[in-house]
Design a protein around this ligand. Structure first.
Ligand code: TXA
Ligand code: MG
Length: 346
């Protein structure tokens, strides 16, 4: 199958493919999604197949407004409308309890709840509108690879397997949406996956307590979002997180042991490291926003680099605000491993 790149003036043609049951990847403000008609079980099954995704990992249903969600929902949470009003379109996925049989079981993994999101991307909102149906949209990567933040990443993973990609350059945020569980109207909202809409934001806006799934605090707990149990990305190259005070020791280590290291960092650290490292992926500013936007692209670039690296060293950020989501994704890629200045590797 030829995978066509669709430009803005070809959205109607892309929507036609969706209507025919084909798969079209679409841009969002977080990462690219793999779109298919959420009401057609065969198309949704194809999404799982081309990604190589475990069937117990349910999909997010992408919509153009809250009106499109209401027919599916069983019990509305008292805070739902206020949350939607404030954060949609945006990087916030909401889990609702749904009516029996309104969505194919393949979408929800057979759960009595489903995930909904209105992405903040004009082209994709027109694609959904023109398709006339809500679209499932897992991140448009092969399972086990970092989520795609450019159409090139999508093309790399899925070319020949999907009908097309709606092109819109690099995504603005770079980490997937916050997943917020509103399925029990009697309980406080619960964050299942951290993203750009943070616990701090939500608490301030809603003047209420927002809970966080225990697995995000304690590793031994089982996550409530099925997808969170999978290791997101296992690069062939070892990834180590480096605390800001440990960069001089890391530099001494790679020089001393002649380690071929790659570095993913902002300008300040990248400048220090550039003469003694084999490859540097520098994002343009020393901010957590720039780091989050560049993390997946950096991991892809260095892991697939023609230079055979021994290790990829990545900058860490404090776990507040967007730093919570950034560190959640980075820790998975690094299998929780930090550079230890006192360990053997030093
Ligand atoms: O930013 C995003 O959310 C992107 C863009 C494309 O919208 N999509 C995305 O989809 O990250 P995906 O499939 O890679 O992640 C969906 C997450 C998974 O962790 C899944 O387990 C969880 O949402 N999820 C979906 N339905 C759920 C449900 N009913 N209950 C709990 N978790 C659910
Ligand atoms: Mg994903």
């Amino acid at each position: 199958m030829e995978t066509k790149i669709y430009e803005e003036n070809e959205i109607a043609a892309a929507a036609q493919k969706i209507k025919e049951g084909e798969l079209i990847a679409f841009p969002t403000e977080t990462v690219y999604g793999l779109g298919a008609n959420a009401l057609l079980p065969e198309s949704v099954a194809q999404v799982f197949k081309v990604k190589g995704r475990p069937s117990d990992n349910p999909l997010i249903v992408h919509v153009t407004d809250f009106q499109q969600v209401l027919p599916f929902v069983d019990k509305i949470h008292p805070l739902a409308e206020k949350i939607v009003e404030k954060y949609w379109p945006g990087p916030l996925t909401l889990i609702f309890s749904i009516k029996n049989g309104v969505l194919p079981a393949v979408v929800t993994g057979g759960l009595s709840t489903a995930a909904f999101r209105m992405p903040d991307n004009k082209k994709t909102l027109s694609l959904i509108k023109e398709s006339g149906v809500p679209l499932v949209g897992p991140s448009a990567n092969t399972s086990g690879k970092p989520s795609p933040t450019t159409s090139e990443h999508v093309y790399h993973d899925l070319k020949g397997k999907i009908a097309g990609i709606l092109e819109d350059g690099a995504t603005a945020i770079g980490v997937e949406s916050t997943v917020l569980d509103l399925s029990d109207p009697t309980k406080a909202p619960l964050i299942l996956r951290p993203g750009a809409v943070t616990k701090e934001d939500l608490e301030k806006e809603l003047q209420t307590t927002i809970n966080v799934d225990k697995h995000l605090v304690k590793e031994s707990e089982t996550p409530k979002a099925p997808g969170m149990k999978y290791k997101h990305y296992a690069p062939d190259t070892k990834v180590l997180m480096v605390k800001s005070e440990d960069w001089p020791a890391a530099l001494a280590w790679i020089k001393d042991k002649k380690i071929r290291a790659g570095v993913i960092a902002g300008p300040q650290i990248a400048e220090q490291m550039r003469y003694d490292t084999a490859a540097v992926y520098m994002y343009p500013q020393d901010t957590v926003d720039a780091a989050a936007k560049g993390l997946f692209a950096g991991l892809r670039a260095l892991d697939e680099s023609w230079i055979d690296l021994d290790v990829i060293l990545v900058e860490v950020f404090p776990e507040t605000g967007l730093g919570t989501a950034y560190m959640n994704r980075l820790k998975k890629a690094a299998a929780q491993n930090y550079f230890q200045p006192t360990a053997e590797e030093n």
